[in-house]
Every structure is written in C-alpha cells, then in structure tokens.
Design a protein around this ligand. Structure first.
Ligand code: MG
Length: 279
C-alpha cells in the first residue's frame, strides 16, 4: 500500500491490522514495481522481520499508485443481458487522465455545471513490467503485478457532449483506486470474484468477474498489439450491471453520498461525494 504518516508518503505491506513499512525496499510503488522480483524478494525479507510496524488505523491510505504512467479502461465488458454477448471480441478502449487518480477516502467531485456523475465498480489490474506484443494467457498473466479496486467514475454530461470518452473519465479526483494493491499470487482466479457497489446503504451493483466478456489476458494481448504497457499502468476491466445511468429514471451521485465498492479477496474502496466549485 501507499500511505501517509506525519505528512510523509511511504509504501508498506499489510499484515493483519498493521502496516510494515517498506522504506528499505523502495521509496514509492513505482519503484517497487520497477524493482520486479528482486524488490518483492526484498519486501518478503522485511516482512519476515516485521519490526517497526504501524497500526493500519494510524495511517492515511493513498492511491496504491499515485501517478500511474497510463490509466486505461474498457467499456461494455460485462454480460448484463444475453445480447451483450455480441460485444465479446470487440474491445472498446479509452483512457482516464492519470491526474484523475485518488485513493480510498478521497472525495469524488460533482461539478456544478455537469452534475450527471455515476459510479462504476471495477476490478483494476496493475501492470508489473514493460509489455509489448504479448501473446497467450501465460505471457499476459506474467505482466500482471496485482489487483486493486477501482471506481471508474463517469461524467455522463461530458460523455454526451464530447466525441471521445476521455474527458468524461478524467475530472480531477474522479478515478479512485485502492485501498491497496493485492499481488497476483494472492488472487488465484481473477474471474471468480464477487464485486459489489453500495451508494450509502443501498446495494446497486452485485456482480461477478466471471461475467467479463473479454478476459484480462485478452485485454492485455489486445492492448499490447497497439501500445506498450509500463510498470504501474492501471487497467480498469469494466463494470457489471447496476450503474445509475441505466436506471429509469437515472440516479446519479449527489454531494453527501458515499460510494463503497468491495471486491472479494481485495478489499473495500470507499469515497465520499462532494460538490465541485461553481463556474
Ligand atoms: Mg468503466
């Protein structure tokens, strides 16, 4: 995880309710990921000693990767109804600005001039090594560092007003990820995870990653045919049924709401919703 304590930003590993600082391994998560297997081995050694651990409740969590090189998202990637199967094999990609990334607990902002802001609970993949022209499940699996929870917040006013998706996904603060990165070895089957989103106490999304139309490894193969993935890149893998824009009438987020997304085996990402400045 990336955390702050006494104004300093550091990385650490969670052990039950305590954080073991990894200052001796790397200064930030990108450093840890760029250090590859050697850095993970060094982290294990630190964990075995587990000296100087800090209570989790004493730290402030930050986005696990504060400044990802790239943030990419796939649209229409879940089976919501039988005819959605036609989207299998068709991958619709967009990017979220890396500057829109925030962590657990940080606010989602509703701009006064464009208030149709929606949640999208998603499994996020974090890339661990430079990857170009990846072929096959094994090669694709090997470039995954781990997983986290994402809220791929969409501004539907800007989605309809702009010819591309990017502006609707990039408002500062509106790509929460967290609470931490769970390494690949801890998630033996990423296609069997329950994913739920609550707005306040109301369960809005209750899906499973088994309903992805294009698997994560297919996403990595397809992306790396076109571009190079870098350590720290975040891939948002699509959202299951239950988003507010599909309700009749649509139910967008309003200031005062709290959005909570839980993915089995990873954790809970919770963010309050606040009003943006008027302009
Ligand atoms: Mg999405």
């Amino acid at each position: 995880m990336t955390f702050e304590l006494d104004g300093a930003r550091r990385i650490g590993a969670l052990q039950e309710d305590r954080v073991v600082p990894l200052d001796d391994v790397a200064t930030d998560m990108l450093g840890l990921l760029n250090g590859a297997d050697a850095a993970l081995d060094a982290a294990s050694t630190v964990l075995d000693r587990a000296a100087n651990s800090i209570l989790l409740s004493d730290v402030r969590l930050c986005a696990p990767i504060c400044a990802p090189p790239q943030v990419l998202g796939i649209g229409r990637n879940y089976m919501r109804k039988p005819e959605d199967v036609r989207h299998r094999g068709k991958q619709v990609w967009f990017s979220n600005s890396p500057s829109s990334i925030v962590g657990h607990g940080e606010p989602i902002v509703v701009p006064a001039s464009a208030p149709s802001v929606d949640y999208e609970g998603e499994l996020a993949v974090v890339i661990g090594r430079e990857a170009h022209d990846i072929r096959g499940e094994d090669e694709a699996h090997a470039v995954i560092a781990g997983f986290t929870v994402a809220n791929d917040v969409t501004n539907h006013d800007w989605l309809s007003q702009s010819p591309t998706v990017m502006l609707a996904k990039s408002y500062t603060g509106n790509s929460p990820i967290g609470p931490w990165l769970v390494t690949r070895d801890e998630i033996p089957d990423p296609y069997a995870l329950r994913i739920r989103t609550w707005v306040n106490d109301e369960l809005r999304q209750d899906g499973t990653t088994a309903d992805m139309l294009n698997r994560i490894t297919q996403q990595i193969e397809h992306l790396t045919e076109h571009l190079t993935l870098m350590p720290g890149d975040v891939i948002m893998t699509g959202t299951p049924a239950g988003t507010g824009n599909r309700m009749d009438p649509p139910r967008f987020l309003v200031p005062g709401d709290v959005v909570r997304i839980e993915i089995e085996g990873i954790g809970v990402l919770e963010n309050p919703v606040v009003a943006g400045r008027k302009r």
